[in-house]
Design a binder for this molecule. Structure first.
Ligand code: ADP
Ligand code: TRP
Length: 321
């Protein structure tokens, strides 16, 4: 059983990314083979600044390793280190109907947000399919927004296998976490870079503390009981605190007599403690960039071996060999 997923290097990672993508990926390392890569080719559909791209790739690599990605258990590499993925993308393109891509919501959303409509942006799902299929992946954990791209991938497998033989490509399955696993942002909407409402995983203590203390609350008086339904403080606290601390927090909300300032302080402390070990690990990694480079190089070598094996099979099937 092989699990594969790609991470877009697009800026500071936040608590939503941690619980929605990184932690599940770290947990899946314990079950079968884990293949994780940094999607730098994909990032180029939205970033044309070389320095920014380099910095973001390095940042995601360090943060993911700090959050528990274990190179002894996972293959971890940078997408562009295995450029063969572009050849598979081309082969898939030859059977990919235009209509399949025209229906993709994420493309339309990006255009609506003002991202320029390049060929790469349009063909994004084909490259994503190639990422998955080049490694004979079985399971692909992704957020809800990527579900349609997994459907495109499965459609392409069917087309290739009908045309060139049933054994050509392996049919992957999406693993989508529950809708309830959505982490709320500081304003109550889904936490997302695009909404500017994120709590980063890493950063300097003072500004982060301010960010937590600025969470918007209602005007319930200190002495009155506080609502527990739809409380951002409680929802976030639940992610970081022990079960017993969470129960105390609930009880104190219902009892009244404690103000939101105190609750935010508790949230801050739980959040800061939750990431303490990862923060330490991150500092070590930042002090040793050679190590990160070496992990990515070893991962790329291993990924390339697998990619060669699959691509040889596909080339033979389609008649390139
Ligand atoms: P953003 O919305 O900030 O742009 P991305 O779309 O880059 O985040 O998300 C990367 C990964 O993190 C995806 O797998 C996504 O499902 C997960 N993720 C992002 N925000 C949240 C959230 N608020 N709750 C749960 N998972 C999230
Ligand atoms: N498109 C994914 C995202 O924005 C990132 C990605 C690229 C990916 N290639 C992939 C995810 C292959 C899973 C499998 O989150």
């Amino acid at each position: 059983m092989r699990t594969l997923t790609g991470l877009q290097p697009s800026g500071t990672l936040h608590v939503g990314n941690y619980f929605g993508a990184m932690r599940p990926a770290v947990q899946l390392q314990e079950q079968g083979e884990a293949y994780y890569f940094i999607a730098d080719y994909h990032a180029m559909t939205t970033t044309h600044d070389p320095a920014e791209l380099r910095e973001n790739v390095q940042g995601v690599a360090v943060d993911f390793l700090a959050c528990g990605l274990d190179p002894a258990k996972s293959v971890f590499w940078k997408q562009s280190e295995v450029p063969e993925v572009n050849e598979l993308a081309w082969i898939l393109s030859t059977v990919c109907p235009m209509g399949l891509l025209e229906r993709c919501v994420s493309y339309k959303d990006k255009i609506a947000k003002g991202i320029s409509a390049s060929h790469a942006l349009f063909a994004y799902p084909v490259l994503m399919a190639a990422d998955i299929l080049l490694y004979d992946s079985n399971r692909v954990p992704v957020g809800e927004d990527q579900k349609q791209h997994l459907e495109v991938t499965r459609d392409l497998v069917t087309k290739i296998n009908e045309q060139f033989g049933e054994e050509t490509l392996v049919l992957p399955e999406a693993i989508i976490p529950d809708a309830v696993a959505k982490v709320p942002g500081l304003d109550g909407q889904k936490m997302s870079k695009s909404y500017n409402n994120t709590l980063p995983i890493f950063g300097d203590e003072k500004p982060l503390r301010k960010t937590v203390m600025r969470i918007v609350t209602d005007s319930t008086a200190v002495e009155d009981p506080k609502p527990t339904e739809g409380s951002i403080i409680l929802e976030l606290y639940k992610l970081f605190a022990s079960e017993s601390d969470y129960e105390v927090m609930m009880k104190d909300h219902k009892a009244g007599g404690i103000g939101y300032g105190d609750f935010k302080k508790r949230l801050w402390e739980a959040y800061w403690a939750f990431f303490a070990l990862m923060r330490e690990r991150r500092a070590e990694l930042l002090a040793d960039p050679g190590y990160v480079e070496q992990v990515l190089a070893a991962g790329a070598a291993q990924a390339r071996e697998e990619a060669d094996r699959v691509l040889r099979r596909v080339r033979r099937a389609v008649g390139l060999r």
